[in-house]
Design a protein. Sequence first.
Length: 596
Amino acid sequence: MSPSPPTISPQLAERLKHQAQAKILERQRAGTWSGGVVAHSAWQKDPLGWIVKHLEVPEHTLRWSLNGPAYETHQWDGDRDPLVKIVQALADWRDCGCEAGTGTGKTFLAACIVYWFLACHADSIVSTVAPKEDQLLKHVWKEIGDLWSRFHRHFPQAELLTGVIRMKPQEAGKEKWAASAFVCGVGASEEVAVRAQGLHAEHMLVITEETPGIDPAIMVALYNTRTADHNLALALGNPDHQQDELHRFCFKANGEPKAGVVHVRMSALDHPNVVAGKPIIPGAIGVKRLAVRSEELGVGSRLYQSRVRGISPSEAEESLIKWEWCEAAAKRWDDPAYRIGKRALGVDVADSPTGDNAAIADWQGACLTEVVAFHVQDAEEVAERVYLEATDAENPVDPRYIGVDSVGVGASVVNPLKRKGLRVRAISGGTRATPGLDVDDRWSSADVGVGGRIVATGPTVIEAERFVDTRSQVLWRMRTDLRLGRVALPQNRSLFQDLCAASYGTRNGRIFVEPKESIIKRLRRSPDIGDAACYGNWVRPRALVSRDAKEREAKREHNKDRGLERFMAAHAKRQKAEEARFKRAFARRARGRREA
């Protein structure tokens, strides 16, 4: 007969209960109470193993190379086993950015990662971020809901609410061990950025879905809120272009990979359903769907590269200027034919050492020989630099060919230069665009006129008023010149980024370029050198002298008086006409005598 359990008095039981509650309260205040939930800490370095074991996800759906002999000879278009590479990067405490084709499984993997991070790191915080609510609740959180029953078997104390997984109760209205959905909105305000900065925990993971559409201010706020060593970020999405937030998360401005960030490219051409030619993973991209998509997008197009192969295009589809045009212009930089003509300057103005840079673009003919950005104390310093360049003894610049951004602080450059006798061309981007002569068409052909002067013989075409403002007109001129191969540029990645950052559209039948403020927000800096280059291209003399004419000019003696030369040529022309008139008069007189 087994002994009966010892009995305790009700008073002792009540005292023991109060002691236990006091210990729980003490641990809660110290931040060590888990509410009875025990983290799977042993799996922190093996996320793939945890997902396979506890979420019952077949390993071959994550490690694609396990799917049959087709992968033995397969040439990977993107990274090998990209899903495994993502989870391993997070296990190694490294940030990860994934540029992926559509239908490759990145959203399902994000849901698995949410569960793994919560399960294996006590008192951890996971925040899933997207521009729109339906992008979270209908995508990653739908996958989270589908996997909930498998997760809940291991953590019965956990709760699933709308956009929240709570491993233990809140404390003082704040989540202490939970995952939550965070809708940041497109074009987020400062208020939303402040909310993002409120995320703090020793173990924290921020997952951004549709990262290219997230406001730059939010991305900066999310980056700044990560203070502890184990605060990680996973950025996912279909890449739009190399100026979007996803690509900038992975790479520096010069194109080099960022330290501490693992970049993964997930191509639909590597997916098991495509490689094996049969449905292995339900709901993912298939062979027939890939064929239809390839035909619709056009193999090799920007959208094909982005949506199928996960390759980030150099610029957006609606970009004003294409990267390939800039690269082609850089190949012409050493061609002397583009340096024939007078010198011109384009000036973007700044007036503070802590604000934007000022920039000066130096043109010789149709070649941008140099563009330099620099810090200044005030706008007067910019004016001094322009004056020194314009009055250079060896190669001065005619003030008519100096274009200065006159908006705001730009007036502090234009006015001092005028006082010094340089009446430069003030460019006010917000003013109404005016029609003008299409000089390039006029100079599409030329000839040598009286006195050896080169004169335009091309068609006289008046450009219609088709721009919303002067800024759109100035930037469109650069687009046209680059597209038609009329200019040469130096090989400068920052310059190309500035030029390719702007997008354009139509408004009431007229062309407009997006506001500079939007470009600054996307680039996280001002496009100083790009604007300076466009100003210089706008004001430079457009009379392109032919190579043969340049050689004839070089053979002349440069100490001749050009004014006297033109006068003598005109005098000879008048003398010849006078001789012809006398001959005709004598001829008429001779005929009259014979008739008499």
